[in-house]
Structure formats: C-alpha cells, structure tokens
Design a protein around this ligand. Structure first.
Ligand code: G6P
Length: 609
C-alpha cells in the first residue's frame, strides 16, 4: 500500500505534495514524509503519525523551500511505524532520496551484501536497500543506475527518486505497484493514484511494469527497462474533481454512502437499452455464453462478498456453476481451470496484489478473465481480457460502500444477461426483474431519506456491544458477511457472520446476555427458518436486530428492533438491506469516537500479499 506523490515544476513543491498526500491517506497513514530539493540540497522531513503531524512540522509545507520533491504516506510492512522507518529514505551523504510503495522481497539478501560492503542502515525497512543500492550504482548516470537496481529487486515497487546533483529531474519506476504521471500547466507529477493530482490535472500517463519515467520542468521521457525511449499515450481522467472532496459530509464514508443511488444508477443505466441488457465490453457471443461450463469469481474483502452474492444469483438465474474464491487462496491452490471456464475478478482499486496474481494465474492457464473494476486504467483493468467498469467514482474511505454496491449491480446485470441468453428465465421474469433492477437506485435513496435518523438511534443502542453476529440464509447470508465486516473494520467490535442454519453447529455457544445478533430476512420462503434461529438466540440472551422486507411483522415480534427495506426481486435484496448495515456501522463507529475513514491497521488498497 503506501501513497507516493512527486512534483517538479514552477510552484513550491511541499504544499502541493502535502495536498496530494492528503488524498492518498486511504493507502496508509501511520507515518508520512517529504524530500524537497532546495536547489542545493535534498531536505527531508518525516515523522510517525498522521499527515497532520507532518503538515504541522513543516508549517503546511512553507518551511521547505523548493520546486522539486517527493512525498509519502506509509502503511508499515517492514519495520514498525516510527520516524526512522518513515519514507523518504536517504543514503549516507544525503545525495539520493527514495519513496517506495510495495515490498522488496529479497531485501534481506541485498542488505547483507551491502552490509558486507560497509553500508550502514538506519531503518528496519525493505525500502532502505533501494536507496543504498542506488548509491552503489550511481556514477553520474541516473537512468543507468535505476535500471541496474531494477535488475536486483524482487517483489513489487513504485519508486520516486530525487538526486541532489540533479535539481532539474525527478525519476520514477514501477513494477506491480501502481504509478501514474500527471501533467499540468505549471508542473509534472507522479502519484500512486488519480485523486492525489486531480485538483491539478486530469491529463495522465499510466506507467506499465518495468517502465521508467524522467520528469523535468519541460519534458516527460519514458523508457523501458533496457533504457530505450518509448512513446506513451496521454489519457484524460473523467472523474469529477469534487468527487475526491468531502463536500460538506463529516466523513468520506458518509458521503460515499449517500452517493450510492447515483453510483448504482451510473453502473446500471448505460447497460440497459430497449428493455434489454447490453454489456458491450463483455465481448462474449451468445455462443460463448451458452457454452459456459463454470464461472470462478475471485476477489478480496468486500469484493469477495459481492462474489458470494453473485454465486447465489448467477446459479439461480443462469444455471451456471459458480465457485467463489478469496484471491489469496485461489492463486496458491492450483485451481482447475478448464475450457468453458470464465474467471471474474472483482476489485474496486484494480490493484489488489492477490487479485492481480489470481488474474495472472487464470490467464496463464488459458482461461478468459473478466475484470469488474472501478479504477479505470488500473493494473487489473489493463491485464484482464475484458473489463466491465463500475462507475462509482473515486472511493476514498477505507471501508467500501458505493464501490461494493456498484459491484453488486454488475453481478445482477451479468446474471440476468447470461440467463436470458441461455434461456433459463422466461421473458416475463426478465422484464419483471429489469423493472426492479431499475428501481434499486431510487429505493436506496428512499432508505437514505427515511432511515438515517432511525439508524442513528438504533446505533446508539449498540455502541457498547462487545460481540456481534450477523446471520441470514441464501443471499441474506452474503449480506450478513458484508454487514459483519463493515461493523468490525470501523467500530472494532468483534463480529462474525454465519448462515443462520449453521448457528447450532458451534457459534451458538458464544451467545451471551447482550450479544448483538443482526438477522437478515429478505427471502420470503426462508422467513420461518430464520425466525426460529432468532428465537433460539433471543432465549439465550441475545439482543436481536431484524433487517427485513416491508410487511414482515413476524420478524418484529422476535427482535428488539426491526429495520424494514422496500420490496424488490428476491435476487436484489442485498443492495437494499446492506444500506442500513452500512449506516449502523458508521454511526456505531462515530459513537465510539473512531476515525471512520481511516480505521486502525487497515488500508484501502492492499498491494501487498
Ligand atoms: C481492502 C479494503 C476493502 C476491499 C478490499 C479489496 O481490504 O479495505 O474495502 O474490499 O481491500 O479491495 P479491491 O480494491 O480489490 O476491491
């Protein structure tokens, strides 16, 4: 993870870098630092703590003069968060400074070799070997030294590099960690992600693996790893600048929760034409779809939960067997990928290391990969055979909400499209479902319009809860997985999710007086079964919160409180029932006084294994 920004241009670099880093804090926020070339020397300021600490230390950047610099916000992997382990890292005579995102896997071997040569190390980081290696190879030709270092490094890296004797140049390189180059009228940028530079420019280049970029005040030069100059095409980012700002909301998470109607609408509407679902970017003929024998859905975190919902929906509608894997497992378990298999990788960032590795595993075995991705131009988007973009816009809060909701919408579109082509649902059912699909954004809006104050009230009752369980059957189980993750990741309340029918096989032993059990009941044919499970936990002291369809009064009778969601097709209920669960988690975390957008130990974009 970690966030990188770099600048060379006409303006003061430090304030611009701090501004850029503030948009990258979602990538890590345990320490931060800047290296600024002041025309003579490379000055460093870095410290443990949030970006605010660095900003205070440098008087908002005013204390560091210079128009060339690099900045970093860290999510510690090697070496605990500390002033010394913060980036940038610098060599002994302070002539080279480096910021790094990724992991140098062979750093110990390199470090030992450098120690033998007499190099001394200040930090416990893997990154420090990069700057010391550069020191050992740099004989006046920066590109040659960088290319040489690249041949020595295993693992993943995006690097920003500044040399003391090169006050007019900024260098960067990437392998398996994202890096973009931005060009504005007043300067040039490098950044881990678009939001960091969106205020300055929308004109960007995407660096590919193994490519090096040299930025001067007037030029941008790209090279391959053999140092041959290469041409790259400039792309224009479509994201709106305001999308990366809080816009009056207390937290990005709350803003993003409220952006869901639009995000889901933007994902669904362009793919509905003449009362049919048209997914041009799928690039699959009717024949291809009919010949599908199996689908693997591979993802991490909340995107994995979307995959779980997708399994229920696709299997039920399109009658194609679906296997859902966590990317970290899929990549190492030698999955059976045969002809007729489609692999779907779901990822908001398009940069998650395990998901990217899973994609490569599938492609290597000759299976087509469809990416369901939010960030245009991200690594997974570029490497997948086909990409279906979710149009959620930039998501900043670590805990995903709107990207998750758009991924669900993508699953429904695919399931319905496959089902129609394969003839596994009737035209009448398809038309009916299409109507319900179109209504989802408005229904989410109505939950937000009518439910926020109620959820605030409900959340206030559960702030002191120590343990919680989320239960459900069918797609409700998959919603339970997401609701449970949301609560634990931002409120730090212990939480687990179970299929309601599984409770009796162990988890029920954990129910005590005051345990919160959130029960999801949106599948009418399963109401009775889940109600029995609610009664079982209630009689053992649990405080039961029901999330159910309008009109299901039975659920209210066996729960402390009940939340009602509007009626929709049974395959789509996750899109509605998850909204109160997001709000519940949000208000519980706010009630506990936690930093909702930056939960402890987490980062949004997990670019390490
Ligand atoms: C992190 C985030 C989650 C996200 C997961 C997968 O854990 O905190 O919100 O679901 O990564 O990320 P991706 O970008 O691949 O969707």
């Amino acid at each position: 993870m970690c966030g990188i920004v770099g600048y060379i241009g006409k303006e003061q670099a430090a304030p611009l870098l701090l501004e850029g880093l503030s948009k990258l804090e979602y990538r890590g926020y345990d320490s931060a630092g800047l290296a600024i070339h002041n025309g003579t020397d490379v000055e460093i300021s870095k410290c443990k703590g949030r970006l605010k600490v660095l900003s205070d230390l440098t008087e908002g950047g005013a204390a560091m003069q210079g128009s060339l610099g690099i900045g970093h916000t860290r999510w510690a992997t090697h070496g605990a968060p500390s002033d010394t382990n913060s980036h940038p890292h610098i060599n002994a005579n302070s002539s080279i400074a480096v910021v790094h995102n990724g992991i140098i896997e062979n750093y110990l071997k390199i470090k030992n070799r450098l120690l033998e040569k007499g190099y001394e190390f200040q930090s416990q980081t893997d990154t420090e070997v990069v700057v010391q290696l550069l020191d050992s190879y740099y004989k006046g030709d920066a590109l040659a030294a960088i290319a040489k270092v690249m041949t020595k490094l295993d693992g993943s890296y995006a690097l920003g590099i500044v040399f003391k004797d090169r006050p007019e140049e900024l260098f960067a390189v990437r392998k398996d960690s994202p890096l973009i180059v931005g060009v504005s009228e007043t300067g040039k940028f490098i950044a881990s992600d678009v939001p960091a530079i969106l205020k300055q420019t929308r004109d960007v280049y995407y660096l590919e693996n193994g490519e090096i970029v040299r930025l001067t005040r007037n030029e941008v030069n790209f090279y391959n790893s053999d140092l041959e100059p290469i041409e790259k095409e400039m792309k224009t980012v479509q994201w709106d600048i305001s999308a990366a700002e809080k816009g009056g909301y207390k937290h990005f998470m709350l803003k993003e929760i409220h952006e869901q109607p639009k995000a889901v609408r933007d994902t669904i509407n362009p793919r509905i034409r003449n009362n049919d679902i048209v997914i041009d970017e799928l690039n699959m003929s009717e024949e291809d779809i009919k010949n599908l024998k199996k689908i693997f859905i591979v993802a991490c975190g909340s995107a994995y939960h979307v995959g779980m919902t997708g399994k229920y929906v696709i299997e039920d509608l399109a009658r194609i067997p679906v296997e859902v894997d966590m990317a970290s497992e899929f990549r190492y378990r030698n999955p059976i990928l045969e002809e007729g298999t489609l692999t779907i990788i779901i990822s908001q960032s398009g940069e998650t290391a395990d998901s990217l590795a899973a994609l490569r595993e599938a492609k290597e075995k000759g299976v087509k990969v469809l990416g369901i991705i939010n960030v245009v131009g991200s690594s997974i988007a570029r490497e997948a055979d086909n990409v279906m973009y979710t149009w959620a816009g930039p998501e900043i809060a670590v805990a995903t909400t709107k990207a998750y909701s758009t991924q669900l919408a993508a699953m429904y579109l695919l399931a319905m499209h496959f089902a129609k082509v394969r003839g596994t649902i009737s035209g009448e059912q398809f038309d009916h479902m299409l109507q319900d699909l179109r209504r989802i954004p408005d229904q989410i809006q109505s939950i937000l319009d009518n439910g926020v104050s109620k959820l605030q009230y409900i959340a206030s009752h559960y702030v002191a809860v120590k343990d919680s369980f989320f239960i459900g059957r069918g797609v409700d189980y998959t919603t339970a997985l997401e609701g449970s993750l949301k609560l634990k990741e931002i409120s730090y309340i212990h939480s687990e999710a179970f299929p309601a029918g599984e409770l009796k096989h162990g988890p029920i032993a954990l129910i005590e007086e005051g345990t919160l059990v959130a029960a999801l009941l949106t599948q009418e044919d399963l109401y009775k079964k889940t109600i029995s499970n609610m009664v079982e936990v209630q009689s053992r002291g649990a405080r039961v919160l029901a999330i159910t369809n309008e009109g299901n009064e039975e659920a209210a009778k066996v729960s402390e409180m009940a939340i009602y969601i509007p009626n929709t097709d049974k395959h789509f209920t996750t899109s509605l029932s998850v909204i109160p669960l997001q709000l519940l988690s949000y208000y519980v975390a706010v009630g506990k006084g936690f930093d909702v957008d930056k939960p402890r130990n987490l980062a949004k974009s997990v670019t390490v294994e």
